[in-house]
Ligand binder design. Structure first.
Ligand code: GDP
Ligand code: MG
Length: 292
């Protein structure tokens, strides 16, 4: 069978995590219109009759903010090295003003597949013009037009990737979708609801840590306890909201998504905590699983 690793690489907000979710047919990763939604290199595992492809989703390339920002850039850069295929995800709606990143991608040793994404949002003529600009910059790359949000083009992407994969044994059991513990998936789902419900500044300072789980003695439901960590007391009151309304909305949305994912009724117990400037604190970053 064809097996190998490929890396989803590109600017923040291009749609890398949406592509991964669409290919896996499941939502395991936080996506949002806010840049820097993805925090870790996540591996999603695609299986079919004759292949196993490990997709590494990287934090978007974005100007670094503090120590966490620097770690995110390093993570994305390190994921690029040694993969069988580099998938360069391009947002078709954004004019090509700076050619640097595309030219950089062209210099990598791995074969490049360009996922020209969000074509549902651009008029055909503009899209083709932009596509041709990228083709000129990356003459050796293969191009796939996609609309990950509407699940268009995923199979074309798989086909393009497969061409470059070696024959080999599967790396993971066939039923495994992600190389992370379940707690990671839950915390990402809670963090996504925070990102989607809060505006602007607060979301980037949020870290979600699952503390423990239990079966409720009363309702018999599965209960997940999680801390929502922010950097300032003012952020804590925003997350909680007037009369706890914001936190309650985040909880309802997350209970729904996690419940669907787990195929059972799930209750969440969320606590908002302040850890001052954790994004610049090396020991906290380590505790939360960010590699330096
Ligand atoms: P990432 O930072 O590259 O991982 O980007 P995300 O996957 O988080 O996507 C960023 C935003 O673009 C989200 O709001 C997605 O819903 C949206 N998005 C991603 N792909 C598409 C697409 O093909 N079409 C449209 N209309 N929106 C998309
Ligand atoms: Mg992402």
């Amino acid at each position: 069978m064809k097996t190998g690793y490929c890396c989803l690489y590109g600017k923040a907000n291009a749609g890398k995590s949406t592509i991964l979710n669409s290919i896996l047919g499941l939502k395991i990763e936080a996506t949002s219109p806010k840049p820097q939604t993805t925090r870790y290199n996540v591996q999603g595992i695609y299986n079919d009759e004759d292949s196993q492809i490990v997709f590494i989703d990287t934090p978007g390339l974005h100007s670094p903010h503090g120590l966490l920002g620097q770690i995110l850039i390093q993570e994305a850069e390190s994921a690029k090295i040694g993969v069988d295929v580099l998938i360069y995800v391009v947002d078709a709606t954004v004019p090509l003003v700076n050619e640097k990143l595309a030219l950089e991608v062209g210099k990598t040793k791995s074969p490049v597949v360009v996922a020209f994404n969000k074509i549902d949002l651009v008029p055909l003529a503009d899209g083709l013009k932009r596509l041709n600009e990228y083709k000129r910059l990356l003459p050796n790359a293969e191009f796939v037009q996609m609309s990950a949000l509407t699940h268009f083009g995923g199979q074309d992407l798989i086909k393009a990737v497969k061409k470059h994969l070696p024959e080999g044994e599967a790396f993971y059991p066939k039923d495994q979708l992600i190389d992370r513990p379940m707690q990671f998936v839950w915390s990402e789902m809670i963090r996504e609801k925070c990102l989607n419900n809060l505006n602007q500044e607060v979301p980037h300072s949020i870290q979600v840590e699952i503390t423990h789980t239990e079966t409720s003695k009363v309702t018999k439901n599965f209960v997940i306890y999680a801390d929502i960590i922010v950097e300032k007391a003012s952020e804590k009151s925003i997350v909680i909201g007037k009369k706890g309304q914001m936190l309650s909305r985040i909880r309802h949305h997350a209970e729904h998504t996690i419940g669907n994912f787990m195929k059972q009724k799930v209750e969440l117990e969320l606590y908002v905590k302040v850890v001052s400037d954790w994004r610049d604190n090396p020991s906290k970053l380590k505790e939360y699983g960010y590699k330096e």
